[in-house]
Design a protein around this ligand. Structure first.
Ligand SMILES: Nc1nc2c(ncn2[C@@H]2O[C@H](COP(=O)(O)OP(=O)(O)OP(=O)(O)O)[C@@H](O)[C@H]2O)c(=O)[nH]1
Ligand SMILES: [Mg+2]
Length: 544
């Protein structure tokens, strides 16, 4: 996308043979591992010819590229919190994968309209129809292809636009030229007609206007189909499905056209804030420059020049040198420097308008803070932060590295709310927790590279709780030789599921005798607490 919009002049892979690396994956570790770890922001312009009037229209796009791995899910979360639309990328062979369902949930959480793009159409076993079916059934969103492929697998060479019934091919170096033809190859004509019907039927299910045309047994015009796709996509009832091959330079430009055609512009998205002067009543933010400034800090990065704070401007403008107020603590801060990001590069600007994304220096705040110009008392809701699922103990190999170790840990925690650190009370070890083994590995590796701290880590522990699945009897005699006759106790009982995972119940059935409260309490104490660190098994051995 960046190449075709003229933002970069060559396409490189994350871990390409030319060792240049992808523009949006600038971290050394990303290039080494060939995966995206951190999200990166950029912006680009795309000129789209209006089909009705034939006039060129320029669209300005703010773009965030996010990782796909579940380990870096917070990067997806915060991007979706602030973006007005998304392109969900699927693999033509694998279709909807488990990570797709996670991202789908995140898109739904923030009501983000989406296009679906089935990539890797050049691969052996590519089957876009399986993916379309999975979006409908697994993700439960109305989905229909608006294109069909021309050629298959390594013979994939273009698509048919089902709305206008035109064949679209890429020509020239890296497919830079788009060639459109009214001549649809004979072997795809039938499929194209069939899938066009499916598109109209699917739209009829989610859009009244198309439903009416459909019931009258008429065929909607291309303009009517496009308008319906736009309405249904923005109202989250539908996702148009496109297909192509990023590696094969095929059919990327039509996807950019679709971004302009079907994803909302900032004024079409309802973004709410809470007005603290009106008892936290929701107010709709208006993305106009003339309104009072309201922005949300959604990502922090500590760099060479201090804290870089990414802000989405929802309303009004943000100007260099302006005073802004942090809604959380009412602190007044002067914004000394505003930049627009192009992955790891930045460009100084004096002003950022409503609807755009920028980054500022010298603004000390937490992720999720709302900023205003002080004339309104709005706060925006923050994003969802999932609980970490895996932990491991960590310490620097050399104690002399402890200050750097602490510095790194503090920074990672500030930047990433899914990375947590605590000191275990029993072992006095530092425990780091995160979303997966890879997540923690990356931080350990970054500590080595960026802070020159070698660490020793323990075995990863997955967060889990044990519970009793069936009734189990116990009968134990405790003998304690304290001189003389000694003491002994016999404890007989059973354990069984209470039916409630959160509650442990203790009952005793002592009758007749006189067992002192002290002993009963000791028995209760052993079975009642939910073991935090030690699995239940360990506790049970201590039970008597
Ligand atoms: N065959 C084929 N391979 C592709 C295509 N597009 C990307 N790939 C390969 O897929 C791999 C991952 O590509 P990336 O662009 O890094 O994918 P990504 O979605 O950014 O991955 P993460 O950000 O790490 O989640 C690379 O090895 C690419 O060469 C394509 O159209 N066809
Ligand atoms: Mg990537």
């Amino acid at each position: 996308m960046l190449f075709y919009t003229g933002r970069i002049h060559a396409i490189h892979e994350v871990r390409g043979k030319d060792s240049v690396g992808a523009k949006m994956d600038s971290m050394e570790l990303e290039r080494e591992k060939g995966i995206t770890i951190q999200s990166a922001a950029t912006f680009c312009d795309w000129t789209r010819k209006d089909l009705e009037t034939g006039v060129d229209k320029n669209y300005h796009i703010n773009l965030i590229d996010t990782p796909g791995h579940i380990d870096f899910t917070i990067e997806v979360e915060r991007a979706l919190r602030v973006l007005d639309g998304a392109v969900m990328i699927l693999c033509a062979v694998s279709g909807v994968q488990s990570q797709t369902t996670t991202v789908d949930r995140q898109m739904k959480r923030y009501n983000v309209p989406r296009l679906s793009f089935i990539n890797k159409m050049d691969r052996m076993g590519a089957n876009p129809w399986k993916a379309v079916d999975q979006i409908n059934h697994k993700l439960r969103i109305g989905a229909a292809a608006i294109q069909v492929p021309i050629g298959q697998e390594d013979g994939f060479k273009g698509v048919v636009d089902l709305i206008r019934m035109k064949a679209i091919y890429n020509e020239g170096l890296r497919g830079i030229n788009i060639i459109e033809s009214d001549e649809i190859p004979a072997d795809v004509r039938e499929l194209a007609e069939k899938k066009r019907k499916v598109l109209i039927e699917t739209l009829a299910d989610v859009d009244d206007e198309i439903a009416e045309i459909f019931l009258m047994e008429e065929t909607p015009t291309p303009a009517q189909i496009k308008a319906a796709i736009r309405r249904a996509t923005i109202s989250l009832k539908f996702t148009p499905v496109l297909m192509g091959s990023a590696l094969g330079d095929t059919s990327i430009q039509p996807m950019l056209d679709a971004v302009c055609d079907y994803l909302p512009n900032p004024s079409e998205v309802k973004n709410l804030a809470l007005d603290r002067r009106q008892g936290e009543a929701p107010v709709t933010l208006l993305p106009y420059d003339s309104q009072p400034f309201v922005g949300l800090a959604f990502k922090l990065e500590e760099g060479n020049y201090g804290q870089l704070t990414y802000i989405r401007v929802y309303q009004g403008t943000l100007n260099k040198g302006m005073n802004v107020f942090n809604a959380r603590n009412n602190k007044k801060i002067k914004v000394p420097r505003i930049v627009r990001m192009h992955s790891n590069e930045m460009e100084d600007v004096d002003q950022i308008s409503a609807g755009e994304i920028c980054a500022v220096f010298g603004v000390d705040c937490a992720s999720g803070d709302t900023f205003t110009d002080g004339s309104v008392a709005y706060t925006m809701t923050s994003m969802f932060v999932p609980e970490p699922v895996i932990s491991l103990s960590i310490k620097p190999k050399n104690t002399k590295d402890t200050p750097n170790f602490s510095k790194a840990i503090a920074r990672f925690q500030r930047e990433d709310p899914t990375f947590r650190v605590h000191v275990d009370q029993e072992s006095q070890e530092t425990i780091i927790s995160g979303m997966g083994e890879l997540h923690l590995d990356i931080y350990v590796e970054r500590m080595k590279r960026e802070y020159r701290v070698d660490c020793v880590t323990g075995q990863p522990q997955v967060a889990y709780r044990e519970t009793i699945m069936e009734k189990t009897n116990f009968d134990h005699t405790l003998k304690k030789q304290t001189g003389g006759a000694g003491d002994y106790a016999k404890v007989v009982g059973y354990m069984e599921p209470t039916g409630d995972l959160l509650e442990n119940k203790f009952e005793h059935q002592v009758f007749g005798g006189s067992i002192s409260e002290k002993f009963l309490f000791a028995c209760e104490k052993v079975v009642t607490p939910l073991p935090k660190k030690n699995p239940l098994k360990k506790k049970l051995t201590k039970l008597p």
